[in-house]
Write a protein that binds this ligand. Structure first.
Ligand code: C2E
Ligand code: MG
Ligand code: MG
Length: 447
C-alpha cells in the first residue's frame, strides 16, 4: 500500500511538473516550449508524407493600452476571454498556444488550400466584431494575424516562426485588425534583418560603433552648456546606418542591453577625455536611454554605477534622456529604478516632448529637470501659428513646474529668435553645431 501511494504521488507530482513546464498558467494553453515541440513533430510527419501545414501568429491590437488603463487583473481576465475565443474558432485538432504577453499562435495541421487557411484567419479577425465581456464591461479587442506555411515559408521551426512573425508585423503596419500571408518580399526583409542583426552583433564585439556629440547651448548668450552623446554605426559593407534604424534593430534582436552598455561606456570615456582637455566647468552630458534599457531595471542601474565608479565621474555629469513615449509607457518597476537614479543625483530629461500625450503629473513625480521639445514642433515654428502656440504653451507649463525647456533641431536664426521671445531656455541643432566627434568639437567650440 505504501509503495503504491508513493508511486501515485510521484505520478501526480510529475503531472504537475509537466503542466508547469509546458502549459501557460493563466490560460491553460500550451506554452511556447510545447508549441515549438509540436511544430517540430509536425515537420517530421510532413516531411515523411509530403504534406503541408500552417502556423498563425496572433497579436492583440493595443492590448497594452487596455492593460495600462484598466489594470493587470482585468488584463488577465481579458487574455483568458481572448484565449477562449480563439479556441472556439479552430478545430479540436489544431493547437492554440500562448507565447507570452498578448501573443497567441495556432498550429493548423493538415490544412488544405490557401483558401482554407485564409478562412480560419478571417474568422479570427471577424470574431472581434463581437465584444468580449469581462466583469460586466464590453471590450472590443481586435487582432493582427500573420500566416506562414510549411514548406514554402520555412523548412524548420525557426524560419517558420520568423516568417509568421514578419507577416504579423506587416498586418500591424497595414493598419491592424487584419491577416497577412508571408510573401517572398517579406522573405527578403527577414533575411536582411537577420544579416543586419548579425553585423550589429559583430560590431558590438569589435569595430563599427562610435559616438558623436552635439552641443546644447543657452539661447540668450549662445554658451555651450552641455553635449548630447549620439551613437553611430558604420556597417562593414553598407556604410553608415542611421540610429532610427539600428536602435530598433537592436531592440528587436535583444541587443539593447549590450548596446546600452557600450553607449554608457563610450559616453563616460568621452567625459573623461573632455575633463582632461577643457578648462571650463564640467559640461552636462546627455545620454539617450531606450524603453528596453529601462526594462532592465537593476541591471541598468548597476551598469551606470559601475561605469561611474570605474571612471571616477560624478553623477551630476550625466543626464538621462528618455523619450516622452518611453516615460509614459513605463511600468511600476521602471518608475522605481528611475526614482532611485534620480535620488542618486542623475538628471532626467524628457526627450521628443510634444509627440504624445503626457500625464503632466508624471513630470513632477519623477522630478524631471528638463524637457526637449521635439523638432517636429520646432521645424514649422516660423510658418505655423499652431506650432508656435503649442511651443509657447509647453514652455509656460514647464516653467510653472520649474522645469527647463530646450528646443531640438534648431536650424535657423528665425527659429532661434522666436524661441527666445517665447522664453525657451536652451537649444540644440545644426544652427549651433552638428553632431561631431570629440576632436572636431574641441576645435570648433574652443572648449
Ligand atoms: P534624439 O535623442 O531626439 O536626438 C536628436 C536627433 O536630432 C539626432 O538624430 C540629431 O542628429 C538630430 N538633429 C540634430 N540637429 C538637428 C537639426 O538641426 N535638425 C534636425 N532635423 N535634426 C537634428 P540621430 O543622431 O539620428 O538620432 C536619432 C535618435 O536615435 C535619437 O533622437 C535617439 O532617440 C536615438 N539615439 C541616438 N543615439 C542613441 C543612443 O546612444 N542610445 C539610444 N538609446 N538611442 C539613441
Ligand atoms: Mg536625445
Ligand atoms: Mg529628440
Amino acid at each position: 500500500m505504501g509503495i503504491f501511494a508513493e508511486i501515485s504521488s510521484q505520478q501526480h507530482l510529475q503531472r504537475q511538473l509537466h503542466q508547469l513546464a509546458y502549459y501557460d498558467a493563466l490560460t491553460g494553453l500550451p506554452n511556447r516550449q510545447l508549441f515549438y515541440d509540436r511544430i517540430g513533430q509536425v515537420i517530421v510527419h510532413a516531411k515523411r508524407d509530403g504534406s503541408g501545414f500552417a502556423i498563425l501568429f496572433i497579436d492583440l491590437d493595443r492590448f497594452k493600452d487596455i492593460n495600462d488603463s484598466l489594470g493587470h487583473s482585468f488584463g488577465d481576465k481579458l487574455l483568458q476571454a481572448a484565449a477562449c475565443r480563439i479556441k472556439s474558432v479552430v478545430r479540436e485538432t489544431d493547437t492554440v498556444s500562448r507565447l507570452g504577453g498578448d501573443e497567441f499562435t495556432i498550429l493548423l495541421s493538415e490544412t488544405g488550400s490557401e483558401r482554407d487557411v485564409a478562412a480560419i484567419a478571417s474568422s479570427i479577425v471577424q470574431s472581434s466584431e463581437i465584444p468580449l465581456d469581462v466583469d460586466g464591461r464590453k471590450i472590443y479587442l481586435t487582432a493582427s494575424v500573420g500566416i506562414a506555411r510549411y514548406p514554402n515559408d520555412g523548412r524548420d521551426v525557426d524560419m517558420l516562426v520568423k516568417s509568421a512573425d514578419a507577416a504579423m508585423y506587416r498586418a500591424k503596419r497595414e493598419g491592424r485588425n487584419r491577416y497577412c500571408f508571408f510573401t517572398s518580399e517579406l522573405n527578403v526583409q527577414v533575411l536582411e534583418r537577420l544579416s543586419m542583426e548579425g553585423a550589429l552583433r559583430t560590431s558590438l564585439k569589435g569595430e563599427g560603433l562610435y559616438m558623436v556629440w552635439q552641443p546644447q547651448v543657452r539661447l540668450v548668450d549662445g554658451e555651450v552648456i552641455g553635449l548630447e552623446a549620439l551613437a553611430r554605426w558604420r556597417h562593414p559593407h553598407q556604410g553608415e546606418v542611421a540610429p532610427v534604424q539600428f536602435i530598433p534593430l537592436a531592440e528587436e534582436a535583444g541587443l539593447m542591453p549590450e548596446l546600452g552598455n557600450w553607449v554608457f561606456e563610450a559616453a563616460a570615456a568621452g567625459a573623461v577625455a573632455l575633463a582632461g582637455i577643457c578648462r571650463r566647468r564640467p559640461l552636462n552630458l546627455g545620454v539617450n536611454i531606450s524603453a528596453s534599457q529601462l526594462f532592465q531595471g537593476e541591471a541598468l542601474k548597476r551598469n551606470i554605477l559601475d561605469t561611474l565608479e570605474r571612471t571616477g565621474l560624478g553623477m551630476e555629469c550625466f543626464e538621462l534622456e528618455l523619450s516622452e513615449s518611453t516615460l509614459m509607457n513605463r511600468g511600476r518597476s521602471s518608475s522605481a529604478i528611475l526614482g532611485e537614479l534620480r535620488r542618486l543625483g542623475l538628471q532626467i530629461t524628457v526627450d521628443d516632448f510634444g509627440t504624445s500625450f503626457s500625464k503632466l503629473s508624471c513630470l513632477k513625480q519623477l522630478a524631471v529637470q528638463r524637457v526637449k521639445i521635439d523638432h517636429g514642433l520646432i521645424r514649422d515654428l516660423a510658418e505655423d501659428a499652431v506650432s508656435r502656440q503649442l511651443v509657447a504653451a509647453i514652455i509656460q507649463m514647464a516653467h510653472s513646474l520649474d522645469i527647463r525647456v530646450s528646443a531640438e533641431g534648431v536650424e535657423t536664426d528665425e527659429q532661434r529668435s522666436i524661441l527666445l521671445q517665447l522664453g525657451c531656455d536652451e537649444g540644440q541643432g545644426v544652427l549651433f553645431g552638428e553632431p561631431m566627434d570629440l576632436s572636431a568639437l574641441i576645435g570648433q567650440l574652443s572648449l
